[in-house]
Design a protein around this ligand. Sequence first.
Ligand SMILES: Cc1ncc(COP(=O)(O)O)c(C=O)c1O
Length: 401
Amino acid sequence: MSIVAKRLGRIKPSPTLAVIAKAKELKAAGRDVIGLGGGEPDFDTPDFVKEGAYAAIRSGQTKYTAVDGTPELKDAIIAKFKRDNGLTYARDQITVGNGGKQVLYNALMASVNEGDEVIIPAPYWVSYPDMTILAGGTPVFVECPQQDGFKLRPEVLEKAITPRTRWLILNSPSNPTGAAYTRSEIKALTDVLLKHPQVSLISDDIYEKIIYDRFEFFTPAQVEPELYDRTLTVNGVSKVYAMTGWRIGYAGGPRELIRAMTDIQSHSTSNASSISQAAALAALNGDEAFLAERNAAFRQRRDMVVEMLNAAAGLSCPKPEGAFYVYPSCAGCIGKKTPDGKVLETDGDFVNYLLESVGVACVQGAAFGLSPCFRISYATSTEALREACTRIQKACAALRP
Ligand SMILES: Cc1ncc(COP(=O)(O)O)c(C=O)c1O
């Protein structure tokens, strides 16, 4: 009998972390590898945020806090939701966890019964399906191909809903595609949900402020107030404030669900770090001016990467609205032969070929549920990106029919 529980047999380790580990291994062995696999900004946490943490340490904020977050941080989150999203929450509708990841995990564990269905538009963030499975639910994938801008269309959503559907998870701007929904695109989806009261909505807004070309961000509970009572709006400081290591995420939503999520957290991790909560408070209450410069840098990199990838034989790369990822199709490379005579059959073969032949680490589309594609994170220096794209062009040019 295995020491590991049966339910673990149904999930897989994070494939994005696996790529990062393989790239690190090759680097350690002396290979020249450019890693484009990671999902975190290369910028540092802003100084004013760090100051919040130093002050918390100095003033002795080093003990347990309320499981679901300090009152001060909750008030800052309430103010943020009001200011940015026009959403009104009371303190008992807010919960703070160790990253958006824990908040999402708590939400699914707190709400999904055995056999409940969770609709996950593909390509998706890698953790949604496995979290759903751990909670006893069944992920229902709906394909959102490149020609639909990688976005869920209302008629596709309608078809996927059954009496067992418990949640729809929307993520905009998206990891892995960078695609973001306009107000009217969200409205078309919330109109469908209005007809199905058994379905609640998780909106993962973690890339909310990493958007380009004057794109206007909206979140579903704001677009359709009638869905406010069955929407969990998830956000966090990891991406926007370059605070991935601090581990703070949060959500606003229905009281009963928030209470259940907090109960789960009370028996697993308890509160998120008191120091990190103080830093997140500084972030949310601070001046956002620093973001304009960072987003401008991200936008320049996005434009360069999209242009260079579209110039590579066999690749086609749409220009996304936000986040720091692009999700090119490598359909034109599938079925071709590498200089070593190996036929590329899948996007997994393709990213392996890139890593082994030119030392560029990306993640295969299969990891995100839509193939044949791959994800590039452009949250790295412009020089490294230019070099990586040049190498990708060379690798593509070396393929033979
Ligand atoms: C779509 C999406 N949601 C949630 C998270 C979780 O972020 P964190 O746990 O660092 O807040 C990530 C991080 O990669 C993400 O890409």
